[in-house]
Design a protein around this ligand. Structure first.
Ligand SMILES: [Zn+2]
Length: 233
């Protein structure tokens, strides 16, 4: 009797898995580009590209940033009017209701990565995502080649900005400290986050395990000020 109940459940699960796999292959059309890292698809769906930050052009609360216009035009040239396919990470929507996605073009171009590789955007460092290490590497390579937004930097600025280490540290469900791997305080729970995220969420370094620490450094590209967290050595 039990088996007869289970079969349809398995069938439904298979159908679900099948339809999820199918939805990955759906082709959509990019009808507009809002800025370097945000596009609009048919049906007016706003998509924020995962893992890439381009200089701001549209946020009314912020001034237009250095290279913002170029980043917008780069993305527009690459994708507007074309067919795209989406891939997802752990979170499908952001707090503004935008879809969070990896965007692929018909010729195989991985849009999120391409923007960073060509020097039109930064690898996103606030949260972990599937291609975190790759995107950071693409950014470092673009800086080394001094292309896109990295082409206008003084040598000193390049050295400062090139230091982008952001190691993984651990927090617990209830504590206010962050730790290095193996700390005795991690016995009950152990949640990996980046050091930057630990700072932004107000965690302080544990006195027992002495985990890595950041200091904040301000730097300038042309007329624009940026601040970055640098690993203490
Ligand atoms: Zn500790």
């Amino acid at each position: 009797m039990l088996m007869k109940v289970k079969v349809p459940v398995i069938a439904i699960v298979c159908l679900l898995v099948f339809s999820l796999a199918q939805s990955q292959e759906v082709w959509r059309t990019c009808i507009a580009v809002i800025d370097g890292d945000t596009i609009v698809l048919d049906g007016n769906e706003r998509v924020r590209l995962i893992g890439v930050d381009t200089p701001e052009t549209k946020d009314p609360r912020k001034p237009v940033q250095y290279f913002g216009r170029q980043a917008y035009e780069f993305t527009k040239r690459l994708v507007e009017g074309l067919k795209v396919r989406l891939g997802y990470d752990w979170n499908k929507k952001d707090k503004y209701g935008r879809t969070l996605a990896y965007v692929y073009l018909e010729d195989g171009t991985f849009l999120n990565a391409e923007i960073i590789k060509r020097g039109y955007g930064f690898a996103y460092r606030h949260f972990l995502f599937k291609y975190y290490d790759e995107f950071k590497r693409y950014e470092r390579e673009a800086r080394e080649k001094a292309i896109g937004l990295w082409s206008n930097m003084e040598r000193q600025e390049l050295l400062v900005a090139n230091d982008d280490d952001n190691p993984i540290v651990y927090v617990t469900r209830t504590g206010k400290k962050y730790h290095r791997e193996g700390c005795s305080a991690l016995k009950s729970s152990k949640i990996p986050i980046t050091l930057k995220e630990a700072y932004e969420r107000g965690y302080t370094p544990c006195a027992l395990c002495n985990p890595p620490k950041f200091r904040k450094v301000n730097y300038q590209i042309g007329a624009f000020q940026y601040s970055q967290f640098l690993l203490e050595r």
